[in-house]
Design a protein around this ligand. Structure first.
Ligand SMILES: CCCCCCCC/C=C\CCCCCCCC(=O)SCCNC(=O)CCNC(=O)[C@H](O)C(C)(C)COP(=O)(O)OP(=O)(O)OC[C@H]1O[C@@H](n2cnc3c(N)ncnc32)[C@H](O)[C@@H]1OP(=O)(O)O
Length: 190
């Protein structure tokens, strides 16, 4: 893990990256801008090739406590309250997550549910649990570019099985709800 100071820089860089992806996805850059961007990306890929590490040493997605735990794969999730019975927070789908006609892409919604429901299983579990199933019901379109409320609650624990349910709301509007089963890994299982 990086030290505190560089973790702050890393977190800010991840926020910049989110902003960049939002701008990129809603831009029509000029051919010249595309060429320049490509050149910059190629340069940075070569630089990053020099600091590749094994999974265990990665920073991306491992900064617990940061919004989205320092990754850009799923929409930005900020947990406000967490406990053994559940958790709640806010999530913001950016322009990068646009599906069509102002609605978030249907695949980006399970990503964020897996995150928040998985954290509830993790808080309750004795060891790592994996998602066995994740069911999402889309009740209403999920708007991008504003903070939405998201919550998760522990439904049941049966042996190694944790059932967790969740809701995504835009004020009074229920956008989507989910149910997932997380199964604690047997000892020695990767
Ligand atoms: C240093 C790090 C710091 C990090 C800091 C950051 C903080 C991080 C915090 C938070 C992270 C966010 C959280 C994210 C979470 C994401 C998690 C994922 O997305 S995991 C990837 C996707 N999932 C897979 O790849 C699983 C693939 N499947 C499997 O591996 C197995 O199938 C597994 C483990 C799910 C079950 O396998 P078995 O062999 O252990 O168990 P069996 O015997 O098959 O099942 C156990 C029971 O579960 C039921 N079961 C299993 N699968 C089921 C299903 N699909 N539907 C219904 N029941 C099922 C079975 O019927 C059985 O039930 P009966 O005990 O008989 O009552």
């Amino acid at each position: 893990m990086p030290d505190e100071a560089s973790a702050g820089d890393y977190a800010a860089m991840i926020e910049d990256l989110r902003g960049f992806l939002d701008r990129l996805s809603s831009a029509r850059p000029s051919p010249e801008a595309v060429r320049c961007l490509r050149e910059a990306l190629t340069g940075w890929s070569a630089e990053l090739d020099r600091s590749q590490v094994p999974e265990h040493d990665r920073v991306f997605g491992r900064l617990a406590g940061l919004p989205g735990r320092g990754q850009t794969m799923s929409p930005r999730l900020e947990i406000v309250e967490t406990g053994p019975d559940g958790s709640r927070g806010t999530v913001r789908f950016g322009r990068y997550h646009l599906g069509r006609n102002g609605a978030a892409h249907g695949g980006s919604i399970p990503l964020v549910f897996d995150e928040i429901l998985g954290q509830v299983a993790r808080v309750n579990g004795r060891s790592l649990a994996r998602t066995a199933y994740l069911r999402v019901d889309y009740r209403s379109i999920t708007p991008i570019d504003r903070d939405l409320e998201i919550s998760a609650r522990l439904v049941s624990v049966t042996g190694r099985k944790y059932v967790v349910a969740g809701e995504l709301r835009d004020g009074p509007v229920l956008c989507a709800e989910a149910e997932a089963l997380f199964v604690e890994l047997r000892p020695g299982r990767p």
